[in-house]
Design a protein around this ligand. Sequence first.
Ligand SMILES: [Zn+2]
Length: 224
Amino acid sequence: MPLSLPTYRELAQRWKNLRDSHDVRVREVACVGAPRTLLCAEFGDAALPAIHLSGGVHGDEPAGVLALLRLVESGMLDRAFSYRIWPCTNPTGFDARTRVNADGVDINRTFGRGGTSPEASAVIMSNRDRKFVLAVDLHEDDQAGGPYCYEYGDRAIGERIVPECLRPDPIEEAELLGGLSLSLLMRRGAADDAITLETPAHATLDERVDMHVRMVQAAIASLR
Ligand SMILES: [Zn+2]
């Protein structure tokens, strides 16, 4: 049966159900100034090197959201690391199937200056003082012919994840975008390497979720 999209409420319940069955710590982080929360999930031994995973910042790019859920539900994450996972960083956009949030804001341009959207501020406040060996943000691209990634970092692991890897200059990229994306912010100090994964929107949802699952697994395997 093809995958179907849950509502955000259903998605949140699936994550909360993992508390008992998968030993995942799930909480809701307040978005100050907006009537919504973000899910934040922690998984694995906190003494281990930490990996930051996130998806759904653009609400019309759902494959990454479903891939993060599958990676945890199916026990597919390497237990040699610990994880902080933001399962869906744009809840209102996810339900409305829009790129922007309910305020009409592209959240992935608001990670500068401590966060200039409620969602970005929630992530930044919660991540304060945390360090990660890798940050991966999951997206989709309706212009792309196939999966690809952007890599911000010196480790050069992108090509081991997917053959097509772009390496934008972070300063030029921030100017081009007119603000900081989550990956750009993570690369500024919180993470040794930041990767943005993209899947082609012309593929089926099942195919795109599979692509994201495989790319995230390859990214983590490249750290070994
Ligand atoms: Zn996107």
